[in-house]
Ligand binder design. Structure first.
Ligand code: PLP
Length: 231
């Protein structure tokens, strides 16, 4: 009974503890509830429990769920975004976490200008260097940030990473620390009007260590809803 509510309470407590360890408060950390493959009824339950930021990794799912979930949640695009789908999604999301190429950034800029929008984005960094994951390398981040910072209809808000899957979250601590250092570096170089504020890292298996190392957005799905079934 009410599994989502119990899971959420547990996660909120752990977020608060991890925030405290890094000298911050629970309110400094944004929980994005990852709702990919989850049916609208359970998503609505989560929103009604007060989780107002939702993450999806497919444009089609955002477009389907966006009109049916009430309570005006903020939608985050967290998965790989194809350039030919940019125009369908930029007016529905609060932020795109997964900008991983100049070509994609340019397409967002072009479409945002046509639609009269400024789209907040994070650059996705493949800090683990895994071949199967998207994201720019640590070395490419500076160049991409420089290009995006000059785009009038794209607002660079920070960095995001998807760390390798690990059983023991301590194994990702060093990677999160490297992300934090890169974030500080990029912020120092490009942030002339303090818009670079978000470091999105940490998922069900490693969000506590991610927060301890400086994350202020965590993206959690399995921890809230249980294991996903891809039908
Ligand atoms: C699925 C997904 C998550 C959530 O993963 P869980 O392990 O279920 O918490 C976070 N970020 C991205 C980019 C995802 O695709």
């Amino acid at each position: 009974m009410d599994t989502i509510k119990l899971n959420l309470e547990d996660i909120r407590n752990r977020i608060a503890q991890a925030a405290e360890k890094s000298g911050r408060k629970a309110e400094d950390i944004t929980l994005v509830g990852v709702t990919k493959t989850i049916d609208p009824q359970r998503i609505q339950q989560l929103v009604d429990l007060g989780v107002t930021n939702l993450g999806e990794n497919k444009v089609q799912e955002i477009c389907e769920k966006h009109p049916v979930i009430t309570g005006n949640p903020s939608w985050h695009m967290i998965g790989h975004l194809q350039t030919n789908k940019v125009r369908q999604v930029i007016d529905k999301v609060t932020m795109i976490h997964s900008v991983d190429s100049l070509r994609l950034a340019q397409e967002i800029e072009k479409r945002a200008e046509m639609m009269g929008l400024v789209v907040p984005v994070l650059l996705e960094v493949n800090m683990g260097g895994e071949e199967t994951k998207s994201g720019v390398s640590e070395n490419e981040t500076y160049a991409l940030a420089k290009s995006v910072a000059e785009m009038p209809h794209v607002c660079l808000k920070g960095l995001m990473t998807v760390a390798p899957f690990v059983e023991n979250q301590e194994k990702n601590r060093n990677l999160f620390r490297k992300m934090r250092n890169l974030f500080i570096d990029i912020r120092g170089k490009f942030d002339h009007n303090s818009s670079i504020t978000f470091l999105s890292m940490g998922m069900t298996n490693d969000y506590e260590v991610a927060i301890e190392e400086g994350a202020n957005i965590v993206r959690i799905g399995t921890g809230l809803f249980g294991a996903r079934y891809y039908g």
